[in-house]
Design a protein around this ligand. Structure first.
Ligand code: GUN
Length: 313
């Protein structure tokens, strides 16, 4: 049967329209994935203790009164407790001299009960962050921020002792939807030491082709539109719009931003760096905020602390 060309075209248009309507987005549930990981780590801690090894111990150092950092550090201690690990918190005033922080780290480096040391970032501006991170014993660097660990991460054929927690969580979540990242074009928005740069290095190690964007990038939406994988860590509420995305992209939103919301009792709600509802219309998979990357950071910290304890005995 010969169908007139006009009819064929309208048939095609219907198929395309229907395919778009039926494309469902996968919401990557970081909360549930992190809970499963934390349960596994808790079991491994119990097994370790049953064999007669000491409880893994994490020390945190928080300098100053940054409210977001206080919340993060409290969550890290709660998670340690739930996983059967010991945790020690040092909360120091913002004007603590550099040498005093150095001395505390040196003491913790020698402490047999402590297997991991975490200096919460950012530090007050007057402190030399590089020197402080360099003082942490390499084998107790559960954040993976020691210059040697970061250097190893950046080099082929070298293995860091620990991988930074948020970037490790990003890769873990990506692999739940894309088991191989090889050959994918990954675009990373942000080049911070904590997220953007290490996540870019990890993506290179996964054989992705990586573009790093930042405040000086020209025509950001056009670059983002090329991404099979998009990782966003820029700290700007809902900056990435749905029409910036390539259809079918996998979007990992690392941003956590408070925006005013009088309809909530607390007066604000949390949003990511990506306009979530819009992204859901275009992407194949998206992380929510909250409940996406955030819970993974803590799960990865527990994993790094257990690994450090296993190495130290
Ligand atoms: N500040 C924000 N994220 C992190 C993190 O993963 N580790 C530390 N130490 N500080 C942070």
């Amino acid at each position: 049967m010969i169908i007139p060309i006009k009819k064929q075209l309208s048939f095609l248009i219907i198929i395309i329209t229907e395919e778009r309507e039926y494309m469902t987005v996968q919401i990557i549930d970081g909360k549930t994935i992190a809970e499963a990981l934390r349960a596994e780590i808790k079991t491994q801690v119990e097994e370790r203790i049953a064999k007669g090894f000491p409880q893994p111990g994490l020390a945190t150092i928080l300098v100053g009164e940054d409210p977001a950092s206080q919340v993060y550090v409290r969550s890290k201690h709660r998670a340690c407790e739930e996983a059967g690990m010991q945790s020690l918190g040092y909360n120091l005033p913002a004007d603590t001299p550099q040498e005093k922080i150095g001395d505390l780290i040196k003491e913790l480096n020698q402490d047999k009960k402590i297997h991991g040391i975490l200096v919460q970032l950012p530090l007050p501006k007057n402190l030399d962050e590089e020197e402080i991170l360099n003082t942490v014993a390499l084998e107790k660097d559960v954040d993976g921020f020691h210059p040697i660990n970061i250097g190893r991460l950046a080099q082929k054929g070298r293995e860091p002792l620990a991988i930074p927690c948020t970037p490790a969580g990003v890769i873990y979540l990506l692999k739940t939807v894309l088991p191989s990242l090889e050959g994918k074009h990954a675009v990373v928005l942000g080049r911070s030491n904590i997220v953007g740069m290490p996540v870019s290095l990890l993506l290179v190690r996964e054989n992705a082709t990586v573009t790093i964007c930042h405040s000086k990038t020209v025509d950001l939406p056009a670059v983002v539109r090329e991404a099979n994988i998009l990782v966003v860590a820029i700290g700007k509420p809902e900056m990435v719009r749905g029409d910036w995305l390539k259809p079918g992209a996998v979007v990992i939103d690392v941003g956590v931003n408070r925006v005013e919301d009088p309809s909530r009792d607390r007066g604000y709600r949390l949003v990511g760096d990506v306009a979530f509802e819009e992204a859901c219309e275009v992407a194949s998979a998206v992380t929510p905020v909250p409940g996406g990357v955030g819970p993974m950071t803590i799960a990865m910290l527990l994993r790094n602390t257990l690994t450090a304890a296993e190495r130290l005995g």
